[in-house]
Design a protein around this ligand. Structure first.
Ligand code: S3P
Length: 173
């Protein structure tokens, strides 16, 4: 059997945690969520880490979390939307897993994240503008890293998860 990790990448609100959880259950793999892991380790939430240490501080913690999470095999791992920014992370993700990109439009992100208060990058006057700028910057990186790209728009999580499983290489199932 292929012991590689299945790694979910994509922007905020693309459903990485929800979908990852379902895929892990169906494939009988352990599920890990990078943001959740960081919060458990530090004992505070992501917003607080941004407050105290700034985005750089958070990114350092994120890189460490990825190293730790990806030191084991056979997991399903949901990453944070910005975890693809650093080159060292890109290399690690590529080396340590099969990468599934949840491709989501800004429109859908806005619908899903309308009332979000937990994501520091969205606590701004104009969340749409912020999401569009992040899309411009990150979409090419997501595409470049992806082994599998799946559009998420207007789809129910369960179905999307089933669809992703169908498209995974047989060796991973
Ligand atoms: C971020 C995405 C968040 C979280 C942090 C920064 C980003 O994770 O890591 O707020 O830079 O896009 P989700 O993608 O799980 O929302």
């Amino acid at each position: 059997m292929d012991q590689r990790n299945i790694i979910l990448i994509g922007p905020m609100g693309s459903g990485k945690s929800t979908i990852g959880n379902i895929i892990a259950r169906r494939l009988n793999r352990e599920f890990q969520d990078s943001d959740h892991y960081i919060e458990e380790r530090t004992g505070v939430d992501i917003a607080r880490i941004f407050d105290i240490e700034g985005e750089q501080g958070f990114r350092d913690r994120e890189s460490n979390a990825l190293k730790e999470l990806l030191s084991q095999n056979n997991r399903v791992i949901a990453t944070g939307g910005g975890s693809v920014l650093r080159e060292e992370n890109q290399k690690l993700l590529k080396q340590q897993g099969y990468i599934v990109f949840l491709d989501t439009s800004v429109k859908q992100q806005l619908q899903r994240l309308r009332r979000d208060r937990k994501r520091p990058l969205l606590q701004t006057e104009n969340p749409r503008e912020r999401l569009e700028a992040l899309f411009e910057q990150r979409h090419p990186i997501y595409l470049d890293l992806a082994d599998l790209q799946v559009k998420t728009d207007k789809r129910v999580a369960r179905r999307l998860a089933a669809d992703i499983i169908k498209q995974l290489p047989d060796s991973l199932k």
